[in-house]
Ligand binder design. Structure first.
Ligand SMILES: NC(=O)C1=CN([C@@H]2O[C@H](COP(=O)(O)OP(=O)(O)OC[C@H]3O[C@@H](n4cnc5c(N)ncnc54)[C@H](O)[C@@H]3O)[C@@H](O)[C@H]2O)C=CC1
Ligand SMILES: O=C(O)CCC(=O)C(=O)O
Length: 321
């Protein structure tokens, strides 16, 4: 009986994907920890598995080597695969797949939620009212503001669509220019320096790769407006957190909305405790709808691999942290 290890915390909510795996004759090993697994835990659980469905667990070279004798696929439940050592997988002949498009709308909606929450101080006022207060703070509108999108791929494009509906002007930085974004939404492509200098809101939607790790640092923060609000639903690694903490504390920028952190949960509460910061615990794709789509697509990849079929959405380029 083929064995699939299904680790994403919300995978088991998807009855359809569960049923698909059972119908395909899989023995399914679930993650009962309620959190992503560490390398040592994964090394134990991966042994003898034919397929691994993973969220943001530590799929290192050692994990892949432990699974290599039987492992036929690592199916990412989601799209950001920086938690998987793709080079090692490739060396061991194990395909890595993702679920493109499945989390897109959910992450875009969260990015907008964080923009609005920071601009209108919603969590802070909510906490005050619940304590019997009536502290009304003055927020700012999104309308007529400049939104800078770093990484205009699937999620970035959905954010643009929504931002335009809020009457925002959108500028973007990406190596690939999408003519449809220019034609349909009036997006203007600019350099990173121009994006930092001109944006009222900056939203990150690029993958964590060597070129982007640490891109939000002392130097880039110094180029931003004092009124700028930074939104990160991409990966914590894009940001030098100490530099962001200092920029937010000193008024170098006005606020931040953060869904992702270098370490999750964050190593210190410094940033998340600031009054001008709104956070969420890496839940960009954590909706019922995105969960169903990601689970189904990842389950299909597991089944394809066990049947000896080619993966549908393999990761092409090796990516390192
Ligand atoms: N918070 C959450 O729960 C989730 C976070 N994510 C993150 O969002 C990221 C983006 O996802 P998608 O839009 O689906 O991916 P995508 O592959 O469709 O888009 C990524 C875009 O980033 C661009 N890019 C690559 N290198 C860049 C660089 N150096 N500077 C600027 N742009 C660059 C690419 O050209 C591409 O247009 C994922 O890599 C993942 O890290 C994804 C899903 C859920
Ligand atoms: O598995 C998760 O909980 C998060 C997924 C994610 O961040 C991604 O799709 O890149």
């Amino acid at each position: 009986m083929p064995k699939v290890v299904a680790l994403p915390r919300s995978f088991s909510r998807s009855e359809e994907a569960k049923e698909m795996l059972l119908q395909a004759g899989f023995e399914v090993i679930w993650n009962t920890e309620g959190r992503p697994l560490k390398e040592a835990e994964l090394i134990e659980v991966i042994k003898g598995a034919d397929a691994l469905i993973t969220g943001i667990d530590e799929v290192t070279a050692k994990v892949l080597e432990a699974g290599a004798p039987t492992l036929k696929v690592v199916a990412k439940y989601g799209v950001g695969y920086d938690n998987i050592d793709v080079e090692a997988a490739s060396r061991l002949g194990i395909p890595v797949t993702i679920t493109p498009g499945a989390p897109t709308r959910s992450v875009a909606e969260l990015a907008l939620t964080l923009m609005l929450s920071v601009a209108r101080h919603i969590p802070q006022m909510n906490a005050g009212v619940r304590e019997g207060g009536w502290g009304r703070t003055t927020g700012s509108e999104l309308g007529d503001k400049v939104l800078g999108v770093v990484g205009l791929g699937a999620i970035g494009a959905e954010v643009v669509k929504r931002a335009v509906a809020f009457d925002m002007k959108v500028i973007a930085y990406d190596a690939f220019v999408r003519q449809d974004m220019i034609d349909k939404y009036g997006v203007q492509y600019v350099t990173l320096q121009e994006l930092y200098a001109q944006s009222d809101f900056i939203t990150l939607h690029a993958p964590a790769i060597p070129e982007t790790v640490g891109m939000i640092n002392k130097e880039s923060l110094a180029q931003m407006k004092k009124s700028a609000i930074l939104i990160n639903t991409a990966r914590g690694d894009l940001v030098v957190e100490q530099d962001l903490y200092e920029a937010l504390s000193s008024g170098q920028i006005a606020g931040a909305g953060l869904d992702t952190f270098i370490q999750e949960p964050p190593a210190t509460l410094d940033i998340v405790g600031l009054p001008n910061v709104v956070t969420s615990p890496h839940v960009g794709s954590n909706t019922v709808e995105a969960g169903y789509r990601m689970a189904k697509m990842a389950a299909e990849e597991a089944i394809r691999a066990v049947n000896g079929e080619a993966p549908k959405f393999p990761v092409k380029a090796p990516v390192s942290k």
